[in-house]
Write a protein that binds this ligand. Structure first.
Ligand SMILES: [Zn+2]
Length: 160
């Protein structure tokens, strides 16, 4: 095992990561948090991408859960309307509710499938890719426009 990273072990690691992500130069970050420049630099290129990835996964999972909840909620409503329409002998409304419920089920199935598949198909889990990405992004740092452009491009790859 490599020696421990003083940034990863730092109590304010999250603030440090945020500062680095927001584009603060690693020298000033090192000064602000009382760390060595080389430790911050190493952390930024070797550990930060993985931290970011983990944070994004948690966020994605949370928003997917949210979506699932909403669709489940809609489904409860649709089934409730179906029941009432059936009792009232309102076949037209019952049919509409059935079709709505079927759409919800399809959506639920898709969402559940995505939740299961995501870790497998994600290009970002490759450590070689993380390393390469950190190198590319780091190399473009002195060129803000190019840096922003590559971050945007990488973001869209990550989402596909
Ligand atoms: Zn680290």
């Amino acid at each position: 095992m490599p020696r421990r990273c003083t940034v990863c072990d730092h109590l304010e690691r999250q603030s440090i990561d945020e500062a680095l992500v927001s584009g603060a130069p690693y020298r000033s970050v090192a000064k602000r948090f009382g760390l060595s420049e080389s430790a911050v630099y190493r952390h930024k290129s070797e550990h930060l991408p993985a931290h970011l990835l983990k944070a994004r996964k948690v966020e994605e999972a949370a928003s997917a859960d949210d979506l699932l909840d909403q669709v489940r909620h809609l489904q409860t409503h649709a089934l409730d309307i179906l029941e009432r329409a059936e009792k009232a002998g309102d076949l037209r409304t019952a049919l509409a509710a059935i079709s709505q419920a079927r759409g919800n089920l399809e959506l639920l199935g898709k969402l559940a499938g995505e939740l299961d598949e995501r870790p497998v198909v994600n290009l970002n889990v490759s450590s070689e890719w993380l390393e390469l990405r950190a190198v590319i992004v780091g190399a473009l740092e002195p060129h803000p426009a190019a840096h922003r452009a590559i971050l945007r491009a990488l973001e869209s790859v990550g989402n596909s």
